[in-house]
Design a binder for this molecule. Structure first.
Ligand code: DAH
Length: 343
């Protein structure tokens, strides 16, 4: 028994020394200390076959060996565990001396926002303030206050989204909806611009979308004439398209202005010669405008005997499409990265 014990000890220690990882250590543990068939366990179980006196002596010896082996086993386990942690740490290590990589956010302004900010800069430099009207609007501000009473045919061309259960509330069809709001809030004299989303119930195609953007301007002051309107819009056109661009105004009916005009610029693609973009006319329509109808001034509590004004509504979405050569309006609201990443 003594010899056997010695053999187990040498074998255990030499194997313990050779093994290289925790899995091998576990195998060794089972082989020697395993409760059912471990070599040392089996030997201990055999003690019962010895006489009481011998059992005591041998028992002591076995115990000493067992303790020594366990001690060696735990030390080895500790070392292997530490080695494993060190290795893991090394794998996860952060090199704090490495220079920072460039940020790859990929974010940038939407083309609508680029043109909007450009125009806002231009107008605020002329003393205009920016006014924000709500997108969810009342029938009054979107239509009635603008001289478009119920049953007026002008409503037909501006069908929109109405709120179920909330009669009289709708998604604004144009930024003109802020005109009377601004007059009521700030009175005269007044110089405001207002940009934002507008909505219409459209059968969508390359030129029609349920959501689009307009850029509105309103000026109210003493002695305002059509010449002021024309002068300002000519400056806008030169700002957007360069000194050679020309502006053409042609009469057009809008209930909220009198007289009303539709504004066109020289086609930037063919310089007025006529092409596919301008449908061979040499001109591109970019806004509606006119002298403010007295009905709106009265709704805005402005003294019509003292003040006059003009208003204009630029098709911001149209400006964006013309500027970037976008041939399908639906791309603008699509959220499609293949489109957006081009700006
Ligand atoms: N609100 C008009 C539209 O959506 C555009 C417009 C025309 C605005 C004439 C104006 C204006 O201020 O005077 O078609």
């Amino acid at each position: 028994m003594r010899e056997e014990l010695q053999k187990i000890k040498t074998e255990f220690l030499s194997q313990l020394q050779r093994l290289k990882n925790l899995a091998e250590l576990e195998e060794l543990e089972i082989r020697f200390f395993g409760r059912k068939a471990g070599t040392l366990t089996t030997l201990i179980k055999g003690l019962k076959d010895f006489s009481a006196g011998e059992r005591q002596l041998l028992g002591q010896l076995v115990n000493d060996v067992k303790n020594a082996l366990e001690q060696a086993f735990f030390e080895k386990r500790e070392r292997l565990q530490q080695a494993q942690w060190a290795e893991a740490l090394l794998r996860e290590a952060v090199d704090v001396t490495q220079p920072a990589l460039p940020l790859q956010s990929g974010g940038h302004l939407h083309p609508n926002t680029i043109i909007q900010k450009n125009l806002e800069d231009f107008f605020t430099s002329l003393g205009f303030m920016i006014f924000d009207g709500p997108e969810l609007e009342s029938d009054y501000y979107n239509f009635s206050s603008l001289n478009i009473p119920e049953e007026h045919p002008a409503r037909d061309s501006q069908d929109t989204f109405y709120l179920k259960g909330h009669p009289g509330w709708l998604m604004r069809t144009h930024t003109s909806a802020g005109d009377v709001r601004a007059k009521q809030k700030y009175g005269a004299p007044l110089r405001v611009i207002s940009t934002g989303k507008c909505f219409r119930n459209e059968a969508t195609d390359v030129r029609h979308e349920h959501t689009f953007y307009q850029f509105q301007g309103v000026v109210v002051d003493e002695g305002i004439s059509f010449a002021h309107l024309k002068g300002l819009l000519e400056a806008v056109v030169r700002h957007l398209y360069g000194p050679e661009a020309k502006l053409r105004l042609r009469p057009k009916y809008y209930p909220f202005v009198e007289p009303g005009v539709n504004g066109e610029v020289t086609c930037f693609l063919c310089q007025g010669k006529g092409c596919r973009v301008c449908k061979q006319t040499g001109w591109l329509e970019i806004f509606g405008a006119g002298l403010i109808h007295p009905h709106l001034l009265r709704e805005g509590n402005i003294d019509t005997s003292k003040y006059q004004g003009f208003a204009f509504g630029l098709g911001l979405t149209r400006l964006v499409m013309l500027k970037y050569g976008i041939d399908d309006i639906r791309l603008l609201e699509s959220g499609d990265f293949r489109f957006l990443e081009q700006f």
